[in-house]
Design a protein. Structure first.
Length: 254
């Protein structure tokens, strides 16, 4: 897709369409759809350049080499224990048809996966020897005490004692890891933004957000997508190229 005008139209239409769908689903929080639409419009213009920038930014940002072995063993062991704890609720949900129970089970499962991911990554990013020791001790404990019988007859009665002894060290290691993760992601996102940012991308983001608002108030995501695309095309061709001259206009042959 070499035509910049077409790229702008597609990016704005795509952002406005996705943003409108999001806004219509969120109700009173429809304004979050503006952010979604603007973001999609911003990054979808010349998306291949974004992918190249992400690869380059990741190489630039990641100087710290995580201990992926620690990550996988802690993530898997924590998740297995969590699933054993959730098993009784899952069995009940098969018998009892209750939406609250089903959604609650889904939420707890998702939460266990997310927390397990962060839990493992935090230990993996902390390079200190104490963190590695804590990771090994935590893994051994989860494996040895993570069977169905141990979960219900060991974890529950003796969980409070384990929490008092082990959790402070684990929390400290997690905090150190999360701080490093936050720094890494900040550098990663900043590098991407510096690499890909341009006036045209900003234009696509703004016009996609405008299209999102139109789609929301019209109650139709397709209308929002068309409006966003047309606004982007008009803004690019008329305002940016011919009025503000942010983009050079090709001279017409005489």
């Amino acid at each position: 897709m070499k035509n910049k005008s077409l790229k702008v139209f597609v990016a704005c239409a795509l952002g406005a369409g996705i943003g409108s769908l999001t806004a219509l689903q969120l109700g009173i929080f429809w304004w979050l759809g503006l952010l979604v639409g603007g973001f999609v419009g911003y990054v979808s213009y010349e998306f291949k350049a974004v992918l190249r920038a992400m690869a380059s930014a990741w190489k630039t940002a990641v100087k710290l080499r995580p201990h992926w072995k620690n990550f996988w063993m802690l993530f898997a062991s924590f998740l297995s224990v969590s699933l054993w704890i959730l098993l009784p609720f899952a069995m009940v949900s098969l018998v009892v048809s209750d939406k609250v129970l089903h959604w609650g089970l889904l939420g707890m499962t998702t939460g266990a996966i997310v927390f397990g991911f962060v839990f493992g990554l935090a230990f993996a990013l902390d390079q200190s020897s104490s963190a590695q020791t804590n990771a090994k001790e935590t893994f051994d404990m989860l494996v040895k005490k993570g069977s169905p019988i141990s979960v219900f007859f060991y974890w529950l009665p003796k969980g409070i004692i384990w929490v008092i002894i082990r959790i402070p060290k684990a929390v400290l290691a997690m905090i150190i890891g999360l701080v490093k993760l936050a720094k890494l992601m900040t550098k990663f996102i900043k590098t991407i933004f510096i690499t890909i940012h341009s006036e045209i991308r900003l234009l696509c983001g703004v016009d996609a957000a405008i299209g999102t608002a139109i789609g929301y108030f019209a109650g139709n995501a397709i209308i929002g997508a068309i409006a966003g695309g047309l606004f982007g095309l008009l803004n690019y061709e008329v305002v940016s190229r011919r009025i503000l001259r942010l983009v050079p206009v090709k001279a017409t042959p005489k």
